[in-house]
Design a protein around this ligand. Structure first.
Ligand code: KGA
Length: 421
């Protein structure tokens, strides 16, 4: 009999056994998941291993394991605890297979199971190390399952384990993500960006149908833009593909439900790119919007400029980029940067109501229309030579003395003196 066939038939027994061991192990953990959640997690792991055994290759466990690890890292789950689930599963699997298979098949089964579990654990460990190296700290976000296999049990954990920087809550079918790093004026670095991305994933897994992205109550800066202290100081593209802000923009743009930016206060630099990456903007009269790379000597990236071109007329884009001056709320409405301008005391209720209306509509239709609009508005063929020339010009700018002067001036709280070199 094939190993995979024996395995497939053993699913309930293996999962029950592994769940019982985990329940015993977690007895003293006050945050431990419920029996039902634990069973769901274990069934997911089981099916990942089963898939590897069926395909006779361990690769397909890697990406889901990385996702699980990212969620658990954000929720502050210890790596050894996370990997312990794999160990317990491997043991339960092995007991079942050993009893059901002849000798030579047992060896094959052991090889397959070990390869799958080993690859999964490796992927988890790599993810933990990579996240820690990026300056994230465990416990940054509540973890909830990604659609394709994040750990369901973490979904039940209270939002109190969330980082102070980002909070999430669900109101009906609307997810609310709150940027809450007032000491940094919600400047977007790896931690805040990672927190919002994790929040989006968690809300997606909770099947919310619309998102509201807001700053914490009482803040008069919605976001101060890219964390300037995390920008590279030359020799490296400051807004490269793997920059945390860029990753965040992509996460918002591909999120399969409407994301509404709810703006109270001022929006700066890359935070305006984030606002424009949202599907709609609702603001109150305190809102203003500035795009400020010219204050830093920073050559904005091609993708970012495309985001602006997709939303605003080019003469307005030029004025905003060349002056770095804030556009006030009324002008922003006149230029259609803002969908709705409302009184401050109505901002929250108006935005939530708008989101709730969208949440009653067809999620499939909305997801595909959003994706089509994204693909169509991003579509901008550029000849390789032209792109390379532009990148060369950008490199000159971010390797220049002026760029360092811009960064230094910000840190030293003074006006920059640009010499054009
Ligand atoms: N990055 C890092 N730290 C920041 C920051 C940023 N973008 N903005 C503010 N901070 C820090 C600031 O250094 C200070 O830290 C604290 O937040 C409060 O700021 O307490 P510390 O350690 O000194 P501040 O200036 O005292 O607060 P404020 O008087 O209320 O003024 C708020 C604003 C937002 C007006 C002011 O902080 C400001 O001008 N920030 C910079 C805004 C900006 O130009 N952002 C663009 C970043 O560049 C960007 O996004 C890109 C990619 N771009 O433009 O191309």
């Amino acid at each position: 009999m094939e190993v995979s066939a024996v395995l497939a038939g053993a699913e309930d027994g293996v999962v029950d056994e592994a769940v019982a061991v985990l329940a015993l192990r977690d007895q003293t953990d006050h945050h431990s998941p419920t029996a039902q959640e634990r069973r769901r997690d274990m069934r997911q792991l089981f099916n990942l291993v089963l898939r590897c055994v069926r395909e006779d290759r361990a690769e397909s466990i890697i990406t889901p394991s990385e996702r699980i690890a990212a969620h658990c890292f954000a929720a502050g789950v210890d790596l050894t605890q996370l990997q312990g689930s794999f160990d317990v599963l491997a043991e339960a699997l092995w007991l079942h297979l050993a009893g059901a298979l002849a000798d030579e098949k047992r060896i094959e089964a052991l090889r397959l199971v070990n390869a799958a579990v080993g690859a999964g654990k490796d992927a988890q460990a790599r993810t933990y190390v990579a996240l820690a190296a990026r300056g994230s700290r465990p416990g940054g976000q509540p973890a909830v399952p990604a659609e394709d296999g994040g750990p369901a049990s973490a979904a039940a954990r209270p939002d109190s384990v969330a980082a102070a920087a980002v909070r999430t809550e669900v109101v009906g079918r609307v997810g609310v993500i709150t940027l809450d790093a007032p000491h940094l004026r919600n400047a977007i670095g790896a931690r805040l960006a990672g927190g919002v991305i994790a929040a989006l994933e968690s809300l997606r897994a909770r099947d919310v149908r619309a998102i509201v992205l807001r700053a914490a109550e009482g803040m008069d800066v919605w976001s101060a833009g890219h964390d300037i202290n995390e920008l590279p100081r030359g020799q490296r593209d400051p807004l490269g593909y793997d920059d945390p802000l860029e990753e965040l923009l992509r996460a918002v743009r591909v999120f399969p439900a409407p994301v509404i930016a709810m703006i109270h206060g001022t929006v700066w630099g890359g935070a305006l790119d984030l606002v424009l990456s949202c599907d709609l903007v609702v603001a109150d009269e305190t809102a203003s919007f500035a795009i400020t790379p010219a204050n830093l000597g920073l050559p904005y990236n091609v993708t970012g400029l495309l985001h602006f071109l997709g939303r605003l007329p080019v003469n307005l884009i030029k004025e905003m980029f060349f002056t770095a001056a804030p556009l006030d709320a009324r002008k922003a409405r006149d230029w259609l940067l803002v969908n709705h301008l409302v009184a401050p005391d109505q901002l929250e209720s108006f935005t939530l109501e708008l989101a709730a209306t969208m949440a009653t509509k067809s999620p499939l239709a909305i997801a595909v229309i959003k994706e089509q609009l994204r693909v169509l508005s991003d579509y901008q063929p550029v000849a390789a030579q032209v792109y390379e020339r532009v990148q060369g010009m950008r490199r000159q700018a971010y390797d220049s003395a002026d760029y360092l002067e811009g960064l230094n001036a910000f840190t030293e709280r003074r006006q920059p003196i640009f010499r054009g070199t």
